[in-house]
Design a protein around this ligand. Structure first.
Ligand code: AMP
Length: 190
């Protein structure tokens, strides 16, 4: 079983690369952003709790996010491996993930951080806005999401670096080249 965390700021290409990785390696994809969007779209009790927060571009509190993640892990006891996308975004989330995986006799094997400059990701998001209408992608919310990333989420990187599990991949360039570099990390360190 191989478990991967795909890490990067909003607009770094995590969704695109995740789709390709799932196809190649058969991971179970756990995107907390997709899960929250499903809950808000279906107006579930959880969706009602997080809607305002998501619409503001802020991070959902750790207790809510960690509980949802745990539920998702428990739904897939026979997974060949998980690809975590958009989780963890805080050190407490990273610690909780380690704990849950350890309880199941496994761990995070590789953390792959897509390295994209702030200028590049702002232009990508502007482009994406012309084809997708995601409520949280309006300018003000986008600023908040980027602030949350550089203010909170980035602190997860030293956590994994200290454990020797961090691999940085240049996230600027052709999708296929980036994918090849990610696969290189997975294949050589596995
Ligand atoms: P994403 O599509 O991954 O950018 O997530 C969309 C939104 O969902 C974020 O802006 C947060 O409001 C919320 N969210 C997703 N994942 C997390 C997480 N791991 N921790 C806290 N909030 C999250």
């Amino acid at each position: 079983m191989i478990n991967i965390v795909l890490f990067g700021p909003p607009g770094a290409g995590k969704g695109t690369q995740s789709d390709k990785l799932i196809q190649k390696y058969g991971f179970i994809h756990i995107s907390t952003g997709d899960l929250f969007r499903w809950h808000t779209k279906n107006d579930t009790p959880l969706g009602k709790r997080v809607k305002e927060i998501m619409n503001s571009g802020a991070l959902v509190p750790d207790d809510i996010t960690i509980a949802m993640l745990k539920e998702e892990l428990d739904k897939n006891p026979k997974a060949k491996g998980f690809l975590f996308d958009g989780f963890p975004r805080t050190v407490p989330q990273a610690e909780a993930l380690d704990k849950f995986l350890k309880e199941n006799g496994t761990a995070i094997h590789h953390v792959i951080a897509l390295d994209v400059t702030e200028g590049e990701l702002r232009s990508r998001i502007a482009k994406r806005r012309t084809t997708e209408s995601r409520a949280d992608d309006e300018e003000e919310k986008l600023n908040k999401r980027i602030t949350e990333y550089f203010g909170k989420t980035i602190h997860v990187l030293p956590f994994y670096k200290n454990q020797g599990r961090l691999n940085t991949v240049n996230g600027i360039g052709a999708v296929e080249d980036i994918f090849k570099n990610i696969c290189g990390v997975i294949d050589t360190v596995s």
